[in-house]
Structures are given as structure tokens and as C-alpha cells.
Design a protein around this ligand. Structure first.
Ligand code: HEM
Ligand SMILES: [Cu+2]
Length: 472
């Protein structure tokens, strides 16, 4: 038995409750697109905004909470700061729900300037949104800074970033989770600072009537969004590095290649965001090239090194396959497949065609829904089963695994098919010309419901242990 601290338990509770609600918003969107929910059309854009912001934020905190728990094996983060981050997150979520579902705030998840200031929604909902952004930004910044402080207390920067491994030394031993988390937390601070700048841009316009530079705002917004989503994945990967070896019965240590690749990630992830601005002809052309090169390069160190590492870990080992190891392995596969979809889309010549088609949600849903989500869910089950062990029912776990994996795959395939068919993203209803979008949406709706069913069985399995761990 290994005790689970209260904070981690609360983060798990929030994740497991909020996730299915956000999935329901996703089902609602697909139902509207399939013309199976006429009457609910007006909800599409607020639902899309809440779903996107909610999912991106939720899985960021879920990965950070999972990484936080793993790091507690090596360092001592502050429980009080963690609690403040939890409270800040809850306040932010309530404000976001009010802004979108009551106020009808609906500019989409990356709230591109100046759209939020020019919608049909009431001013209070824009204010609620900006306040939510500020509260969330501060709460998460504090949490990241505290984790970096706790790392710095035990390791020097050189050691935390494993530079001594690059130099050929192997002492002191630094676990990969520390190296990857340090990289992720540094870029996290950078992206949250960008978010603060975006917020200031909005305030300057909103309060003082001084318009911000739209191109600069777009660069900062996508820097923030790209880095936030990537680092959420990296944190989940840090957790996998720490936990999967327990199931493989073999260690997964930091070495020269791991050290070099994650240090490259630290630099590359900061430049790849430029792939979001290929359509902006006023953007300096050199940045477009940097965007493509950085996007291609970012696939090699993190994904290839980690995925080959994981294959080697599992290959010919006496792997213990249970819900955790299955989900973590699935997560690595989903990350790889979604990553290929991303690299394809980050190719300028291809982006010209795929930009703003459903190919975009296709690839990012792949590395989120079949990547980050199962990695973190695998960890949550692991931690709950450790804290409140119960007999594992292999049959039920296999069933829920396949329902989730195949349901998600079906849902994702419909996005990919639609994208290849030039069906645009962010259309509530499809015009006649692209009617194929509606029938694909219907299959997507059915498949995603199967995935939700798989998740609900997971919730029952993990939830029972969670309740026992909370009471214990
Ligand atoms: C079964 C689960 C899910 C379903 C059914 C679902 C469904 C959808 C749908 C239908 C859209 C709108 C696509 C369009 O027409 O443009 C969407 C957008 C989005 N989803 Fe999901 N989704 C799911 C899971 C996730 C997860 C796990 C994440 C992230 C962790 C996520 C993040 C987003 C984001 C960021 C957007 C973009 C919103 C925007 O364009 O402003 N979704 N989702
Ligand atoms: Cu990106």
C-alpha cells in the first residue's frame, strides 16, 4: 500500500468528473453536425469554446498533477501551493462555464484577438473570460514555479537537465522524470508569460481603447497554445517513464541519448508554434521556414527516442499487462500516430490544403484522446490501485480498454476522412457541397459514444478505488 496525498486525490476527482461532461459537449457538436440535434444548434459555438478550453486546461492540470505525484518520490513540492492552484483552477472553471454556457461567449478555444471583443455575446461574458484566464494563468504559474523551486532545491540546473550525461558522466543519477519535467516546467513558465502578454494586449484594447498589433497577438497566442499542449504531453510522458518500468520489470534510465533529446525539445518546442501562422502572409517568411523545420525536428527527439525506448523496454520483457500498462502503451501509440498527422499538417505545401479542415482536430484529438488521456488515466488507475488495492478483473479491464480504444479510433477516423475530403473545421452545419461531413459526423458520434462507455466502466473501476483511498 502506498498512500495517496489529498491534493492528488482531489485533482483526480476533478479530472474524472469534468472529462465526461466535456466529452458530452463533444458528442453534442457531432450530433449537430450530423443534423441529429436540430434545436441545439445555437449551443454549438459556446459548446465548442468550452469543450476546447476545458479539455486543453483539464488535461494540462491532470498531467501536471500526475507528474507532481511522481516527482514527490524525488523532491518536495509545497502542498499549500498545490492547493492554491486547485482553488484557482476551480474558480477559473466556474467563470468559463458562466461565460460560455450562460453568456454565450464563443470565439473558439484560442480566443484569437480581436474576436473576443467583437462577438454578439454580452460584455460581462468577455470580462468573465478574461478574469478566468488571469486566475488560471496565475494559479498555474505559481504551481510550475513551486515545482521548479523544489527541483532546484535538490538538483543543480546542470544536473536537472542531465547535462552531465551529455558530458559522459553518469553520476549523480537523475531519473528521466526529473529531466523531462524540468524541460516541461521551464517552457511552461515561458508559455504562461506569453499568456500574460496576450491578456495585457486584450486589456489595452478593452480598457484603454488602444488596439494591439494583431499579428503579434496571434504569434503570442499560438506560442502559448502550442507550448501548453506539447508540455502537457511531455509531462504525461515523464509519468510513463517512471511507471511503465514497474510493469516491464526493467529500469528505464537517463542516458546520453535521452539527455540530448530532451534538451533539444527544450529549444525546438519554442519555435514549432510558427506552423499555426502559415496562412498569415504578413508574417515574416523566414518564420514559416523555421516553423516547418522546427516541427519536423520536434518529432525526432521526443517521439522517436521515447517510443523506441518504450519498445525496447517492452520487447522480450515479462511485461505485466493490466489497465495501467495497456493504457500507457496505447498512449504512446496514439502520441506517435497523432504526431505523424501533425508533421504532415506542418508541411507548408500540405497545410495549404489541410488548413482549417477537420484534419486539424483529427490529429490533435489523436495525441490527446488516444495519447495523453490514456497515459494519465493509466497513471490514475495505478495510483488508486496502489493506495486501495482490490482484485483486478482482467476481463472487464480488457473490455473497457477495447471499447475506449476502438471507439476513439472510429471517432478519430471520421475526422481524418472528413479532413481529407476538405470538410472545414468549426462548421456547425455543413453546406450541400460537403454533405459527406454529416454522415461521417454521425459515425463519429456513434463511435465516440462507445469510447465514452469504455470510459464510464473505467470510472467505475478507478472510482471505487479512489473513494476507498479518500476514506482511508
Ligand atoms: C470522445 C471525446 C471527444 C469528442 C467526442 C470530441 C469532439 C469534438 C468536436 C466535434 C469538436 C469540433 C470539431 C470541429 O468541427 O471543428 C472538437 C473540438 C476540439 N476538441 Fe474535442 N472531442 C473529444 C475529446 C477531446 C480531448 C480529449 C481534447 C483535448 C485534450 C479535445 C480538445 C478539443 C479542442 C482543443 C477543440 C477545438 C475547439 C475549437 O476549434 O475552438 N477534445 N472536439
Ligand atoms: Cu502547434
Amino acid at each position: 500500500m502506498q498512500r495517496l496525498d489529498r491534493n492528488t486525490l482531489y485533482w483526480m476527482g476533478v479530472t474524472l468528473v469534468v472529462f465526461p461532461i466535456l466529452v458530452l459537449l463533444g458528442l453534442l457538436m457531432r450530433a449537430v453536425q450530423a443534423e441529429a440535434a436540430t434545436g441545439l444548434q445555437a449551443l454549438f459555438y459556446p459548446a465548442m469554446t468550452l469543450h476546447g478550453l476545458g479539455m486543453a486546461g483539464l488535461w494540462f492540470v491532470a498531467s501536471l498533477a500526475a507528474a507532481n505525484r511522481v516527482l514527490m518520490r524525488y523532491i518536495e513540492p509545497s502542498a499549500a501551493v498545490n492547493r492554491v492552484a486547485l482553488l484557482g483552477t476551480l474558480v477559473g472553471v466556474v467563470l468559463l462555464i458562466a461565460a460560455t454556457l450562460i453568456g454565450g461567449f464563443a470565439p473558439g478555444w484560442y480566443f484569437l484577438y480581436p474576436l473576443p471583443l467583437h462577438g454578439t455575446w454580452p460584455t460581462w461574458s468577455t470580462i468573465a473570460f478574461l478574469v478566468a484566464l488571469a486566475v488560471l494563468g496565475v494559479a498555474w504559474l505559481l504551481w510550475s514555479l513551486d515545482l521548479l523551486r523544489a527541483i532546484a532545491k535538490k538538483y543543480t540546473l546542470r544536473h536537472a537537465l542531465a547535462w552531465h550525461y551529455i558530458g559522459g558522466a553518469s553520476e549523480p543519477v537523475v531519473p528521466p522524470a526529473i529531466v523531462i519535467s524540468t524541460v516541461s516546467l521551464i517552457v511552461c513558465v515561458a508559455c504562461l508569460v506569453a499568456a500574460v502578454l496576450v491578456l495585457l494586449g486584450f486589456l489595452g484594447d478593452f480598457v484603454l481603447g488602444a488596439p494591439a498589433d494583431a499579428l503579434l497577438m496571434k504569434n503570442l497566442t499560438f506560442f502559448f497554445g502550442h507550448v501548453l499542449v506539447n508540455l502537457s504531453l511531455y509531462l504525461a510522458v515523464a509519468v510513463v517513464y517512471d511507471v511503465l518500468p514497474e510493469y516491464a520489470g526493467r529500469p528505464w534510465k537517463t542516458n546520453k541519448i535521452v539527455a540530448i533529446s530532451w534538451n533539444c525539445v527544450l529549444v525546438i518546442v519554442l519555435f514549432a508554434y510558427a506552423h499555426h501562422l502559415y496562412m498569415d502572409f504578413v508574417q515574416p517568411v523566414s518564420l514559416h521556414y523555421i516553423g516547418q523545420i522546427a516541427s519536423y525536428s520536434s518529432a525526432i527527439p521526443a517521439a522517436v527516442v521515447t517510443i523506441f525506448g518504450a519498445l525496447l523496454l517492452v520487447y522480450h520483457s515479462r511485461m505485466r499487462w493490466n489497465l495501467t500498462s495497456l493504457f500507457m502503451y496505447l498512449g504512446l501509440i496514439g502520441w506517435a500516430i497523432g504526431g505523424v498527422g501533425a508533421v504532415i499538417d506542418s508541411t507548408i505545401a500540405v497545410n495549404f490544403k489541410l488548413h482549417n479542415t477537420l484534419w486539424v482536430p483529427a490529429h490533435f484529438h489523436t495525441y490527446m484522446l488516444l495519447g495523453l488521456v490514456p497515459m494519465v488515466l493509466g497513471y490514475f488507475y495505478h495510483a488508486c490501485q496502489e493506495a486501495a488495492p482490490q482484485q483486478e478483473s482482467a476481463g472487464l479491464h480488457r473490455l473497457l480498454f477495447w471499447l475506449f480504444a476502438l471507439g476513439s479510433a472510429g471517432f478519430l477516423l471520421m475526422f481524418y476522412f472528413s479532413g481529407a475530403d476538405s470538410v472545414p473545421r468549426r462548421f456547425a452545419l455543413y453546406p450541400e457541397l460537403i454533405e459527406s461531413g454529416s454522415s461521417l459526423a454521425l459515425i463519429g458520434l456513434i463511435s465516440a459514444s462507445v469510447a465514452l462507455l469504455g470510459f464510464l466502466i473505467y470510472l467505475w473501476e478507478t472510482g471505487r478505488r479512489w473513494v476507498k483511498a479518500l476514506a482511508g
